[in-house]
Ligand binder design. Sequence first.
Ligand SMILES: [Zn+2]
Length: 393
Amino acid sequence: MQSKTKYYEEKETKYIEAKCNVCNKKRDFAEVDEKKEYTRGIPRKKAHWICNSCKRKIKRKELWEKVKGFMQASRIQTAPFAAAVIYMAYLSGLDKQMWLNIILPFLGGLVHMVGCIHNSIIDTVMGYDTKDSNKVHGYTTGVLDAKKHKKMINWIILVFAVILSIIGVFGANNILSLLGIIFLVVGGYVYNNISKQTYFGFIPIGVSYAGMVLYGFSLSHSTVLLIDLFPLIIYVMAVTMIQIAFWGELKDMEYDEKSLVKKLGVKLENNYLTITKKFDIMYFTFRALSLSPLIVYMVLTHDPNHIIQTVHLSLWMFVFVLIAFWLNTKIFQFKEWNRRKIFLYINFSEFLFIFLMFPFFIKWWIVFVILPVSVGLWIGLNKLLWDDYVQKT
Ligand SMILES: [Zn+2]
């Protein structure tokens, strides 16, 4: 009984009632806190009265800002598409394993995120992203320290390469998987370090994506038929290179100095966009050419007993290309510069060109699972990270 009374007395003397500066509710503040403030000889100001539940809320918010900044810098919203491509390459093989079926989509997404974090760090440290107000991520907003992370990221890339190699050992084709990792890492590393200082950044990034596909492919193909491998790799390379060389540069027109698009005469003056015939013709020529690996593959693998499959593929391709080209002509008609709107059109046309290839290599029902999941994640993550349906990177 006596101990209880003592406890009560202790409580009475150690707490002071005051209004919390954040929630404005009357709270008991421990005198201990006040003593802490006095240790530096500075009296505690009224503004410092913050109750414990508000303190926890502030801490949670700070943590979320960091996580959000990290997700933005890793371009997690497009990770589902990169993961889908690597997964498709894997699913196209016969020597699949249950554990790979499960971990590969996540691994593919992580590979994309590590590459993009590296890109965000380099572009921030070099000053490109900080002067570009369109680039909103943890390193440009300052919640993450680019200079500090620049030292760590190389180790993370190395660790990742080792993890991919170990998984590759258990895959179907060790040599091919090692080759894939080398292309993926070297291509990505070179791209991230030179992309802003050269016109030809689209080459290393194309090599990097080819490596990614090669890696996914190697895990399930103990016997490699070139007719299965080449159309897939060439198409992915072409899509990546066109995306970076044309659209990637167009969306960054406001700030990019070394731009292939500007070399083709495209101008942005007084918020007015002029897209030249030269750009127009170059784009559609390369786009049309990029479809040839798929057409060649369809013709060469055509099964006379399953004509319906070829008909379905042709129809699918026709519809996707039609919608994508319509979106592209819309972009070419833009007059007033509206980055958000242009970006939205670019994104949708690119998704169409990515998913266009899927049923050529994997079963239809899987395509109809992967497609809505990827697009749904992309929309949801954009909304979460930028409160918009278009990413700000
Ligand atoms: Zn409070």
